[in-house]
Design a protein around this ligand. Sequence first.
Ligand SMILES: Cc1cc2nc3c(=O)[nH]c(=O)nc-3n(C[C@H](O)[C@H](O)[C@H](O)COP(=O)(O)OP(=O)(O)OC[C@H]3O[C@@H](n4cnc5c(N)ncnc54)[C@H](O)[C@@H]3O)c2cc1C
Length: 398
Amino acid sequence: MRVAVVGGGVVGLSCAFALRRAGAEVTVYERGRVGEGCSRGNTGWICPGLSAPLPAPGVMGGALRGMLHRDSPLVISPLLGPSFLRWSWGFWRASTRERYRAGLEATVALTKSAFANYDELRAAGVEFELHSTGMLVAALTEPGLDEYAAMLSEAEEAGYEGPVRVISGDEARELDPALSEAVIGGVHAPSERYVRPESVSNGLAAWLRANGGEVEENAAVESLDDLEADAVVVAAGAWSGELLGESRFPMEAAKGYSITATSSGTLPKHALYLSEGKVGTSTFDGDLLRIAGIFDLMGIDETLKPKRIDAIVRSSAAFLKDWVPNEIELEWAGLRPYPSDGLPVIGSVPGREGLYVATGHGRMGITLGPITGKLVARVILENETPRELEPFRIERFA
Ligand SMILES: Cc1cc2nc3c(=O)[nH]c(=O)nc-3n(C[C@H](O)[C@H](O)[C@H](O)COP(=O)(O)OP(=O)(O)OC[C@H]3O[C@@H](n4cnc5c(N)ncnc54)[C@H](O)[C@@H]3O)c2cc1C
């Protein structure tokens, strides 16, 4: 079986990895360089505890109110057209308690094997940077603490195995001396892990090349009909709609930013989520700190706006005791692919024999990349849709 995978981000490469391991002939077509889309400058968390879909009761109103602040983590372009209205309508309809709960349960179920899947990549010879130091949410206020304590507790009710512990400010500082005196409490999830995301993409591409797969870079696919293959997987992230035909399902690109810098001062030991700042930090090998966040709905627009990078750094300042960036290694913007109901779209495309889709992972593509790859390989090679994929089928938008 010959399979063409369009898109060399973590999702496409994970699909190619699983397909190749199962014996398929695989070619990945990547428009630029592998792993340079959304899979590059993110925080790299493998975070089953944060499985909550974005559409949730009260989220829309809260987000719009938050836009009034100078460093708001959300900005919406006034230029977005009818497709954005369709997306917003879908988002609003997905924000009921029942649908939020169902989406959370379905996502938690997908994350069950997330750590094991990364262990499997390692065992197969994929090289990447992995940190198993846990996640710590730090809060400056009681509401900021309650929001994430509730989110993780709901994830536990939905099947997340944790453990999770709400701790005081002093306990948080003891666990992570990088935190400032302003932190009043935290939520500690010690089993969460993180990777350096660039190393995962590069590791997967190197594995594919060494194991009989093909990875074509600077190879933009203009039309799916041009591909000679028995099966085609569209894993083109925020650009997937262009290839599939925009009307297939409502998806928007949610732009995030990050800064990665060598640092002086105390570096965080954990993957830190800074609650009120709505940013995450990851400490990588070489004393590098990456701070990432922001959710700008601007359409397909990767322009890097220095003001938004400044907003991230400012948002983190109150939480960190004495961290100062020295040399900046990367300033980055990337587009999270976000379907209107906040859940990935994975599986066969109806009415197009041999066409499959794996996209829409929003803020969870690193966590869910490897399991997506495994399940897509089963759909294609065994011609069955595993039960856990049912909530993620494209048909839900029909
Ligand atoms: C600030 C930020 C922080 C994040 N933190 C985390 C985190 O901690 N944990 C987590 O799980 N997730 C996180 N995410 C989400 C994660 O980054 C994404 O879900 C994931 O990278 C999506 O991967 P992808 O392969 O679908 O898309 P991409 O990485 O964007 O890959 C798609 C690829 O397709 C290529 N392509 C597009 N069109 C074509 C074409 N016509 N022909 C050929 N190639 C094409 C693109 O060039 C691109 O390389 C974060 C995202 C952001 C923005």
